[in-house]
Design a protein around this ligand. Sequence first.
Ligand SMILES: *Cc1c(COP(=O)(O)O)cnc(C)c1O
Length: 419
Amino acid sequence: MEKPMTNGMKGTWLPIQASRSARNTINPIRRIVDRMKISPNPAKEMISLSIGDPTHYGNMLPPVEALEAIVEAVQLPTCHGYAPSFGTLDARRAVAQFWSRSNYIVKPEDVILTSGCSHALEMCVDGLADSGDNILLPRPGFSLYVTLCQSLGIEPRFYDLLPNEQWRADLSHLESLIDDRTRAVLINNPSNPCGAVYSEEHLRQLINICERNHLPIIADEIYADMIFSGNQFHFLGMLSENVPVLSCGGISKRFICPGWRVGWIVIHDRHNLFKDTIKPGLMDLSSRILGPNSVTQAAMSHILSETPDSYYDDILQQLQNNAEFVYNSLLEAPGLRPTMPQGAMYMLIAINPSAFLDIQDDKEFFTKLLCEESISCLPASVFGIDNFIRIVLTTPMEKTEEACQRILEFCHRHAKTIA
Ligand SMILES: *Cc1c(COP(=O)(O)O)cnc(C)c1O
């Protein structure tokens, strides 16, 4: 159909057409999940293992030190106005200090504050690629990456992560995707939805591919340091000698306050490859939104420096306890194979449809589990991989226990029995 030139040109109103960008902006979670019109079992209390918001059940809350800092900030006469669009010096300095190490100093001028990590990612994608270019993305991967690329006309190209190798990237597959329109490689570590934490060696392999092909890295490090015992976290930007890295992060997950909307881009650029190009480009892009909210910015230095380690250890312990409980319970479930996460807040569980009488794939598993057991999870097809489901590990333990019990019963009820 022809697009009307002017609304109501011929004397009548016609429906107002949405822009190309609006039409191309697709959230795969909403698209797949919302279209399945299903309701939970009214006889059973709903347990959500699908909502990626750690504040949902009230068992995980921001640190008291952070609440106090916000209350104090909101009473200051100085923090109600516009801040610089890339963030106040005070808040950028706090982020720089927080991530500096004895052998690696982050400078405040290399920090750009954003409205959450999502906004940081959007600016990086927008700042590095044009319509018609491509960016390499992990599969399975956080669905926002696809949404951002498509909305800007950038082609998302997916490199596989290997389920049987703790979701390491398939390096030769990744390298085979690169062409002259490739502008960046996006790496998410620790990862959503996989819960993978990459070793230094694997990160160096990824950096080497980018170095050979002269590609910058967009590092989604929102789960930086959120790792379970026995693992180590490394920033890509600190390991990389020659590849420039834009590290995206934020306070949403680590300080359990996704609604506060402060994130950042830390620019790692040892050889000034971004200095006169990408860096001013990102500063210009930040002027579209005018930065994150000023109250949270004013509280940032207090939040980052005063939150005790015990707060953080407790959150990680809850996540790890949940992960171990779910893993051990579901190992016994017919048709399921949980993969033990190494960090972040999620677990992927493989589904084997041939073990079930009447479940064809992850979407059908999701639908039937919700209808019969009032448990919501996410079919991992929303993350680009079939026959896995993702559950969150932020639920209170008693809900986790109840949920595992119901999932076990559900799997037994639908399993093929061996005669
Ligand atoms: C939650 C999440 C984000 C977004 O964080 P905000 O700061 O709330 O915008 C980005 N990347 C991944 C992988 C996430 O899970």
